[in-house]
Write a protein that binds this ligand. Structure first.
Ligand SMILES: NC(=O)c1ccc[n+]([C@@H]2O[C@H](COP(=O)([O-])OP(=O)(O)OC[C@H]3O[C@@H](n4cnc5c(N)ncnc54)[C@H](OP(=O)(O)O)[C@@H]3O)[C@@H](O)[C@H]2O)c1
Length: 259
């Protein structure tokens, strides 16, 4: 049984969506703390760039291009990371997409993509890392949710539904793992980190012209919009908490963001 005074320190950190935004910032921040990082995402080039930066700074990183919708590919990436850097003892599930727009004019393919990446992709990542965590008796699953999982934003119904699902999934998983901590002595923690508006490329992926313009204008008008590093810092704080402290839900907003 692991009963460490500090948070989980051994093994490696597996990050989905690690090529940009919050995932990339989390990779740099956690690598600076000395943890080996496995970087997952669809596009190889951004992953290589982030891995290169980490290595240049003296850290350890490996890039593992894969799509979170493809469970066998994701499992193979987790297995590769474990072979090279030891069991994955922390997961940061940051991969997500936000092709929002009004329901009446939406392309159902966008709904499917949001459900597949934002919900099923997170479940796939949990499925891939959890057995390793259970066998070594420690781990930390960090899910990047959103304030949109607590407050409905206009014309973003399905995106909000996916983020609401992550609140339920993280709390359900936490409950199961708390039982396992009580009965079997495992120390596996679950944290949902739910940001408000963060200055990343996410809004640029919105295809609906009006929704994209409205979102970009809203972001541009927000005083003190969060930077990806601000969210990475919240992730680092949750991971670095002593092992008996389970930070379950953190909402991080720009101070001047009303909802
Ligand atoms: N920015 C915000 O205001 C904000 C607010 C609240 C929550 N969030 C959440 O934060 C998370 C990260 O977003 P971000 O703001 O950092 O935006 P981002 O820079 O666009 O990051 C999203 C990442 O997910 C990856 N990704 C997308 N589809 C994937 C797939 N099928 N398989 C693997 N990776 C995939 C993307 O890389 P590839 O395209 O190369 O795969 C990209 O690196 C998302 O879950 C988002 O919902 C963002």
């Amino acid at each position: 049984m692991s009963n460490k005074a500090e948070g989980n320190q051994g093994g490696c950190v597996f990050i989905t969506g690690a090529g940009s935004g919050i995932g990339a910032a989390a990779a740099r921040t956690l690598a600076a703390g000395g943890r080996p990082i496995a970087l997952a995402g669809r596009s190889s080039e951004p992953l290589k760039d982030v891995a290169g930066e980490i290595r240049k700074a003296g850290g350890h990183a490996m890039e593992l291009p894969c799509d979170v919708r493809d469970l066998p590919a994701l499992q193979a990436a987790v297995d590769d990371a474990s072979r090279k850097h030891g069991t994955v003892t922390a997961l940061v599930a940051s991969a997500g997409v936000m092709p929002i727009g009004p329901m009446h004019s939406a392309d159902p393919a966008d709904w499917k993509q949001m459900l597949d990446v934002n919900v099923l992709g997170v479940l796939h990542a949990i499925h891939a890392v959890l057995p390793g965590m259970l066998s070594c008796g420690e781990g930390h699953i960090i899910i990047v949710g959103s304030v949109a999982g607590r407050h409905l934003f206009p014309d973003a119904t399905v995106y909000c539904a996916t983020k609401t699902a992550l609140h339920v999934i993280s709390e359900g998983l936490r409950t199961e793992l708390a039982r396992s901590a009580r009965d079997d002595g495992n120390r596996i923690r679950v944290s949902l980190v739910a940001p408000g508006a963060v200055d990343t490329a996410l809004p640029a992926t919105i295809a609906d012209v009006d929704s994209r313009a409205a979102t970009e204008a809203w972001y541009a008008g927000l005083e003190g919009i969060l930077q990806a590093d601000d969210v990475a810092e919240a992730i680092r704080w949750a991971i670095d908490a002593p092992g008996h402290v389970s930070v379950n839900e953190v909402m991080v907003r720009p101070t001047a963001m009303v909802r």
